[in-house]
Design a binder for this molecule. Sequence first.
Ligand code: FES
Ligand code: FES
Length: 167
Amino acid sequence: MKGTIRIQVNGVWRELVVGRDVEPHETLSHLLRERFGLTGLKLSCEEGACGACTVAIDGKAALSCMTLAVELDGRSVATIEGLSEDDPVIRAFAEQCEPGYGTALQCGYCTPGFVMASKALLAENPSPSESEIKEGLSGNICRCGCYSGIVRAVQYASRKGAKGGSR
Ligand code: FES
Ligand code: FES
């Protein structure tokens, strides 16, 4: 195992000594949450089934609980903390929780994962159909059952011209 690895986290390169700053068996979710304090991503199943831990790796949605941190050497990862407050997808989810408008979030536990998955989806397909949205987000589970509001939020972000853009 190489002694030092470099990972770009939300646009900033970090140099990590393996065995000190990161363990060879450490998951990316653990590195981001426990060492970097990026607790936006959530952990639920920790076995690849729920999508709560979704981040963007080199612009593609990925499950951080199923990824070893050392695999990220030379690559970039973006978490929800890397998005600006006026990011179109963030705005779309926030606006979609207005009372009477069909909410995209209740408890919000799944929301960071859905936002990151939606960013990656819109980066690949800026104008997805309803079925393409459902298919693209099928790896993410919302236990509060906000699926129809989530689809509307993605459609809204699409109309606003969101094209991904995670660092
Ligand atoms: S916590 Fe990673 S997929 Fe559920
Ligand atoms: S809003 Fe509660 S799990 Fe999705």
